[in-house]
Design a protein around this ligand. Sequence first.
Ligand SMILES: [Zn+2]
Length: 201
Amino acid sequence: MQPLNSAQAKIILIDGNQRFVDGTASHNQFDPHQHISDIQEQKPFAVVLGCSDSRVPIETIFDQSFGDLFIIRIAGNIVAPSQMGSIEFAISKFKAALIVVLGHSNCGAISATVDECINKTPLSGSLYSITDRIKPSILPLIDLDLESHELMNRAVEVNIINSVNQLQSQSPIIKAAINDHEVEVVGANYSLKSGVVQFLT
Ligand SMILES: [Zn+2]
């Protein structure tokens, strides 16, 4: 089978999310006998950089199964060197054509960062390594004096866009793949309330 291009990969994810929302998802079950080929060799058609939030199980919300998605999860779907390395590995090794940065509503990492910016709430230990990567993109929003719900929604969105921009610009491997039209990096936002994934690009 020909590898999927980014547009085809995106359609599969959109259709899978639609099934999830409609309640017609295939509820993939693992059977070691039936799925033997899936566990011998993987050919994921997309890479997803998502948040660790337990309410956003990525295969489930896209109705995908074993071997379909190469997923990196970290609080706040931020881009740090190890996330970048995992994504470079996935596109080099598996030729996945679509990279999705998936944020979500009411993200705890975003709200901790907003709280830190507004109330100077001290954070514990290594949490700064997460919030310091979110802060630069949301700081301009803090000065706009937005209502808290609106501030959170916009902060989630700018943080997704920031991660997309970093992936597009900071990795020579991803950059070369984009220039060769082999890879597309897109942002998407998952609503905890509706279950809908909205692609931003
Ligand atoms: Zn989150």
